[in-house]
Every structure is written in structure tokens, then in C-alpha cells.
Design a protein around this ligand. Structure first.
Ligand code: SAM
Length: 289
């Protein structure tokens, strides 16, 4: 998103607030003190193609346009003292109000928000219009909370600003908008879609530095390939994210596969202990194929 395009977008914003261009399209307005950060963030690959096809419309707006007074002030020192500055409620709330239309959903990015998950991204991808507020400095005045629909965190760490978090959020949501990802790159088998991590993937060459592609993937037997993929998805999730396994909805067949994985991993752990090797890591399971 180049400067002039950004300016044009900002000046035409109230006309189209809450609207949905092409049927099924998602409009995203980003509120930020640093709109330049988004200049090329969405101009590549899938998102660029989706915008060109009218499935996405992403605009960045400078919060300083609603800043206080001649100097367009957007932050001030915190009440009660302390280091750093806090973003004023006024510019943020006025910017939201200018853009909000019927069907708009307003998201504040904050480390105190609900963790971003695939399920949350999928829910946001069904919206017509997202307004995403990016904080800076020490954060935003708490009273902005009354003007937002939800608060989202992209992880348990602190970023310097909401802009990188917004790029993560937009990317995760946009690829779930129908039509953005084609059949060839379908999102259905992605990690987290069914509560598990995706199985390991391989492409050419068949052997890379002594590590061979699992035979079953070369067999042409679709049934066996599907079973292997499901089993390795379960194995990877068990080894790397046992918390997900505990919550996943598993079929009877999954339970059979998981029991096999547990037996195999138990045997491997036993062998490793016997040989004094104690940390094989999750990756070892893929190499063993
Ligand atoms: N003092 C705040 C705190 O401890 O919670 C952190 C402020 S942070 C330096 C500035 C802005 O970055 C936040 O207002 C928020 O918009 C954004 N930010 C930082 N970490 C984030 C995260 N994990 N998820 C979402 N937004 C984040």
C-alpha cells in the first residue's frame, strides 16, 4: 500500500465503511500511528492476488488524522506516573467511529487479549468488515475498550507495536476468506484445522543428504498414504503439542493409530535410554521412516 494510495484510501473511507465490495469479500481497516509499516506488507503472493481479485480490501489509516489540536497529538504521559507514553482514547475512538458501519467488527491488538488461534482467525474470516487497532508505546488508554468488540493477542510476548501483530492477524484471517486460497493450496489439511499439527511434508529429491522420503509416499497407494499422513500428524502432535492431543476430537481409527504411535515411541524411548541417548526430539520421528 503506497503513500498516495493510502491517502486516497483514507479520504474515501467513510463512503465505503462497512461495505463489502465483491460478494464474500472482506474489508480490513488498520488504525495505526505508523501506516508506512504496511506499505508493502500485503502486496505479495496470495494476499496481493486476493486484493486484485476483489476478495480483500485492506487500508491503513493514520491515527494522527484524529489527533488532538494543531499538532495532532495522539499520546500522553500515564496518570499515576511512570515511564513511557499512553495512546489517547480520543483519536482511536474517533477513528473507529468514522469507519464503523453495520457489520463492522473492531479488534484491539494487545498482549492482554485472547490468544489468536486458527478457530478465532476462521471466525474473523466470516466477518464483512474488520477494524484493527494497533497500539504503540505503553499501550492505549483503557477506555478504548468500550469501543472495541474484542481484544486479541498474537502470543505471550510483547511487541514494540500492534503493526507486526496486525500483519500476523490479517495474514491468518485473509487466507481463510473463501476463494483466497485455491484448491491447490487448500487450507483444510493445515495444522490446527482439525486440532492437530500437520504431518511432515516431502518433495524432490527422494533422498536429501542421506535422509530418504518415506517409502509409503512413493507407493502410489492412496489409502496407505492417507493412513501414514494421519498417523504422522498424530505422532507430531503427541510429541510436540500433547496439549492439543488432549483436546482433539479423535475418531476410533485415530485412537488405534495413536496407540500404535505410543507403542512405537515407547519402544524408541526404551532403546534410547538403553543406549544412553535421552533427547531425540520430535524431528527424529520423521527421520525414522
Ligand atoms: N505495556 C504493554 C503491556 O505490557 O501489555 C505493552 C505495550 S506494547 C509495547 C505496544 C503495543 O504493541 C500494544 O498496545 C499492542 O497494540 C501491541 N502488542 C504488543 N505485543 C502484542 C501481542 N502479543 N499481541 C498483540 N498486540 C501486541
Amino acid at each position: 500500500m503506497k503513500g498516495p494510495a493510502r491517502k486516497r484510501a483514507a479520504s474515501s473511507r467513510s463512503k465505503t465503511a462497512g461495505s463489502r465490495g465483491k460478494k464474500g469479500a472482506l474489508r480490513i481497516d488498520l488504525l495505526t500511528l505508523f501506516p508506512g509499516i504496511f506499505d508493502s506488507a500485503f502486496e505479495h503472493s496470495l494476499l496481493a492476488k486476493a486484493s486484485a481479485r476483489g476478495l480483500l480490501e485492506i487500508r491503513a489509516h493514520d491515527l494522527r488524522e484524529e489527533g488532538e489540536g494543531r499538532h495532532r497529538v495522539a499520546d500522553d504521559a500515564p496518570y499515576g506516573g511512570g515511564d513511557g507514553m499512553v495512546m489517547l482514547a480520543g483519536p482511536v475512538v474517533r477513528s473507529i467511529e468514522k469507519l464503523r458501519g453495520r457489520g463492522s467488527r473492531v479488534v484491539l491488538l494487545t498482549p492482554a487479549g485472547a490468544l489468536l488461534t486458527q478457530a478465532r482467525a476462521r471466525a474473523l474470516a466470516t466477518q464483512r468488515h474488520l477494524i484493527i487497532v494497533c497500539g504503540r508505546y505503553g499501550g492505549v488508554d483503557e477506555r478504548v475498550a468500550a469501543s472495541v468488540d474484542e481484544e486479541i493477542s498474537v502470543g505471550d510476548y510483547v511487541l514494540g507495536g500492534g503493526e507486526p501483530a496486525a500483519i500476523v492477524l490479517v495474514d491468518a484471517v485473509a487466507r481463510l476468506v473463501p476463494g483466497v486460497v485455491g484448491n491447490a493450496e487448500s487450507t483444510a489439511a493445515d495444522s490446527f484445522e482439525d486440532g492437530l499439527l500437520e504431518c511432515p511434508q516431502f518433495t524432490r529429491p527422494e533422498s536429501f543428504r542421506g535422509w530418504k522420503v518415506p517409502e509409503v509416499l512413493l507407493s502410489g497407494d492412496h489409502g496407505k498414504v492417507a493412513r501414514w499422513r494421519r498417523k504422522e500428524s498424530l505422532r507430531r502432535t503427541l510429541l510436540r503439542r500433547p496439549d492439543l492431543i488432549a483436546r482433539a476430537r479423535l475418531s476410533d481409527e485415530d485412537r488405534v493409530l495413536l496407540a500404535e504411535v505410543r507403542r512405537e515411541e515407547g519402544a524408541i524411548a526404551g532403546e534410547a535410554n538403553a543406549s544412553g541417548e535421552n533427547d531425540r526430539g520430535g524431528r527424529g520421528s520423521a527421520r525414522r521412516e
